[in-house]
Design a protein around this ligand. Structure first.
Ligand SMILES: Nc1ncnc2c1ncn2[C@@H]1O[C@H](COP(=O)(O)OP(=O)(O)OP(=O)(O)O)[C@@H](O)[C@H]1O
Ligand SMILES: [Mg+2]
Length: 462
């Protein structure tokens, strides 16, 4: 609610009472600030002081009533000026209070006004809460880990420091880079991603720094590098751990001097872009081993954001599933939903491919179901198998009890083997040589088995 009163003591007393009654209250002293305040704050009730010797208060009441018919207006008028109060009601006030009034009088007037607007207010609060609490921007999740991330994110978005984004594959590194850009002051300017891992080093160099005509065979015309083209926008260097030592040196120089030398050029061009970087590799240990420059690491790592793996924030899974179902439902005539058992399996699964794997699983389910409801059987096979830990537990429990149902607990050898392989690849973060050695088999055997089980993307479990 908005309280308009030029008497400071009266205003703060009203705010205090309103807050104690559960309202969110804002106070202003001048009538001419009403309009801008209403634009700024969604308001249900305006409590407005009307001095007996001025008409401008009445005009304001009439204006609020015309522009915001759903706002309840309570006029406050001196006790001896019944005509002001009446005129206020005439102009659209729904109630009036004679000054001075008691706390109870104010409370019951607010109660009456509140009753009128409560339904609207609740709906709006719910929408607000949903909007605020689903996540931040496009990012879904409201577990404490994500909330903490949003807090840091909203701060770093306002700066131009480099940010190093860390996290396993599919945790949302690119999405968070976008969010930093979108919440920052240069959101209107370009956001240019460069995948340092998918291009050969010479291409990365010409992409980033640009080149002059004739710099190399095929360079028929000069091209601006992305660091220049971004202007005051953002360049997102993805998979920064893949940058060669030579390019690391060049990037460091560009960041230090805020200028680049295009390939084949003798001149330098100034750059203004903000640099965000991401990697799923352990850069600190690469620094120790000498494969990543320490000075560059420190320069990029002024702030770092570490995205938690999905298995460490399982409470976000239902919300993410709902989000991806909504996304599909928007583009699809039939409405998909999820069966409890399928959701339970999703809550228990380890998600080595994180949110991307979850998104794929929901899409897979939507493709497989015929009735619109995604059931356990419609999910990718790895979700239908019990996790290894559960298998161990079941096996030892079975041994103890020796019950008939033990037979039900027997899992085909091939399934166990498949799970063991996926687990080994997950814990070694995709290092197949180490995975093979943990499994005590040769690397070629591992490759053969991956092929045999049709596992093409082991980090994502399929
Ligand atoms: N918190 C989230 N809320 C909604 N969608 C998300 C979230 N995190 C990730 N996603 C979605 O999951 C997919 C993978 O995210 P993204 O590409 O940002 O991951 P990444 O960490 O960059 O992965 P990689 O290391 O494999 O490049 C995208 O489709 C992205 O929109
Ligand atoms: Mg990525």
């Amino acid at each position: 609610m908005l309280i308009v009163d030029d008497d400071e003591a009266a205003r703060s007393a009203c705010i205090e009472i309103a807050v104690s009654l559960g309202y969110k209250a804002e106070g202003i002293s001048k009538l001419d600030r009403v309009r801008s305040t209403l634009l700024q704050f969604p308001t249900d009730i305006v409590l407005i002081d009307l001095p007996s010797n001025s008409d401008s208060g009445l005009e304001t009441v009439a204006e609020i009533n015309a522009l915001y018919p759903r706002i309840a207006i309570i006029a406050m008028a001196p006790v001896n000026s019944a005509s002001v109060a009446l005129s206020a009601v005439h102009c659209g006030a729904s109630d009036y209070l004679n000054k001075p009034f008691t706390v109870d009088e104010l409370a019951s007037s607010l109660e009456r006004a509140g009753g009128q607007t409560r339904v609207d207010a609740q709906a709006r609060q719910l929408r607000e809460r949903l909007r605020l609490h689903d996540g931040m921007g496009q990012m879904i999740g409201r577990t404490p880990q994500m909330e903490k991330l949003y807090r840091i994110l909203s701060k770093v978005a306002q700066t131009t420091h480099p940010v190093l984004i860390l996290g396993e594959s599919g945790t949302g590194k690119e999405l968070i880079a976008h969010t930093i850009h979108n919440f920052g002051p240069s959101a209107e300017k370009p956001f240019l991603p460069v995948d340092c891992g998918s291009l050969v080093p010479t291409l990365v160099e010409s992409e980033l720094f640009g080149y002059v005509k004739g710099a190399f065979t095929g360079a028929n015309h000069a091209k601006e590098g992305l660091l220049v083209a971004a202007g005051g926008g953002t360049v997102f260097l993805d998979e920064i751990g893949e940058l060669t030592l030579d390019l690391q040196a060049k990037l460091l120089r560009a960041l230090q001097e805020r200028e680049v030398r295009p390939v084949g050029a003798t001149h330098r061009v100034p750059i203004k872009a903000r640099i965000l970087t991401a990697t799923n590799r352990d850069l600190a240990s690469m620094v120790e081993k000498g494969s990543f420059r320490k000075d560059l690491y420190y320069r990029l790592n002024i702030v770092n954001l570490r995205l938690p793996p999905l298995r460490d924030r399982r409470d976000d899974i239902p919300m993410l599933v709902a989000h991806f179902l909504n996304k599909i439902n928007k583009e699809h005539p039939s409405r998909f939903s999820i069966h409890d058992e399928a959701l339970r399996a999703m809550m228990q699964y380890d998600w080595p491919g994180n949110v991307r794997e979850l998104e794929n699983a929901v899409e897979h389910g939507a493709t497989m179901t015929t009735g619109g409801e995604i059931q356990l059987g419609h999910l990718p096979t790895q979700l239908q198998q019990k996790p290894l830990a559960a298998l161990h537990a079941a096996a030892s429990a079975g041994r103890k009890k020796e019950e008939a149902s033990e037979e039900d607990e027997i899992v085909p050898l091939a399934v166990r083997e498949r799970i063991a392989i996926l687990d080994a690849i997950r814990v070694t973060h995709g290092d197949k040589l180490r995975a093979a050695s943990l499994l005590k088999i040769g690397k070629t055997t591992l490759y053969r088995k991956l092929k045999e089980y049709g596992i093409s993307d082991p980090m994502r479990g399929n």
